[in-house]
Write a protein that binds this ligand. Structure first.
Ligand code: ZN
Ligand code: ZN
Length: 342
């Protein structure tokens, strides 16, 4: 079988790998669609994974083999599954911090999403695999994992009807958050970015205001829109650590910040720390998603409450993964979600 293997920046090879064999309780899936995630691009650009490695985790596919004792699934089933799964029993899991569980971080599908065939381990089958509704396409299913990650982050926040929300970054995640915040009843959703194209996608997704930070000062813009009060909730949906400092300046008293995107491992940011005591602000971090978010994400997409189709701008073949990364990192090319197909 073929897979797209990452070796180095600018060096992804379409190679022949041995088709995985499955064991007890495992499932072999033929990949039909795999989303290119911001974290895949981050891993490539910041070299945070040891090559050679097959990336990709936003997978949808069709079951071609089932191992012994797999009862819930059959050959031919169209499925979603996640790459990580928690143990449900460790100290972190017992407190509901599923994504901090060491089992969660160690588990993975094999060899990765950017491959023709994928072995799904027993725990991932048991706790994360879902048959997808007939009305849901494979490419829509590739948006389940990113949406689930947003839901996991949103669950850390307290967003009330009528709140104002600033989403920093109008990429794929920013657009999902934009739709979720409108769905949750936020009265003013503001999206900031430097790309006119991405801001137009944010408007299409229902944002009330956009701020083009290449033209306008963000903090001044927020002051103007909120009449000096500041924003209730800020979500950092792009990997620029200095936005943390800006978000602290933008939020209202009692406001909250969600740091959703990964920052450079060496980055430190100075923030106005007196605001924690004086203004009772809160900052939350969020990483990945839990098994309890997938069925909700599937429901939101299949019931068309969250529109993911308008977000998909490119479909690219597996043998051109490098091209997909080049497109998404080139600010002159208008792209939002890129789907990789076999
Ligand atoms: Zn992802
Ligand atoms: Zn655990």
């Amino acid at each position: 079988m073929k897979a797209a293997v990452y070796y180095d920046i600018g060096d992804i090879r379409y190679e022949e790998l041995e088709k995985p064999e499955i064991g007890f309780g495992e499932v072999l899936v033929k990949m039909k669609s795999c989303g290119l995630c911001g974290t895949d691009v981050h891993k490539v650009l910041h070299k945070t994974v040891k090559p050679p490695v097959v990336l990709g985790h936003e997978v949808a596919g069709e079951i071609v083999e089932v191992g012994k004792d797999v009862k819930k699934f059959n050959i031919g089933d169209r499925v979603f599954f996640a790459h990580h799964v928690p143990c449900f029993t460790c100290e972190y899991c017992r407190k509901g911090h599923y994504t901090l569980c060491s089992h969660f971080r160690e588990t993975n599908i094999y060899p990765g999403g950017f491959s023709e065939y994928i072995r799904v381990p027993i725990d991932n089958v048991k706790h994360t695999m879902h048959k997808i509704p007939e009305n849901m396409s494979f490419q829509e299913t590739s948006m389940v994992e990113p949406l689930a990650c947003c839901l996991y982050g949103v669950n850390k926040l307290n967003v009330r009807y009528g709140d104002s929300v600033l989403i920093m970054g109008a990429g794929q995640v920013g657009i999902l958050f934009c739709q979720l915040m409108k769905f949750l009843g936020a009265s003013k959703v503001i999206v900031s970015d430097i790309s006119t194209y991405k801001l137009s996608k944010a408007k299409e997704a229902g944002s009330d205001e956009v701020i083009d930070v290449s033209q306008e000062d963000l903090i001044e813009g927020i002051k103007k829109i909120t009449k000096g009060k500041g924003i209730d909730t800020a979500i950092i949906a792009t990997s620029i650590s200095s936005l943390l400092k800006d978000s602290v300046k933008c939020i209202a008293r009692g406001g909250q910040i969600l740091v959703f995107s990964p920052f450079d491992i060496n980055s430190t940011v100075a923030i106005n720390s007196k605001r924690f005591f004086n203004d009772e602000i809160s900052i939350f971090g969020s990483y990945s998603s839990s098994p309890f978010d997938y069925d909700i994400a599937i429901k939101l997409i299949s019931e068309k409450r969250i529109d993911v189709n308008k977000m998909i701008t490119h479909k690219i073949k597996l043998n051109e993964l490098q091209k997909a990364i080049d497109i998404t990192t080139d600010t002159k090319q208008n792209s939002l979600k890129i789907i990789i197909e076999p």
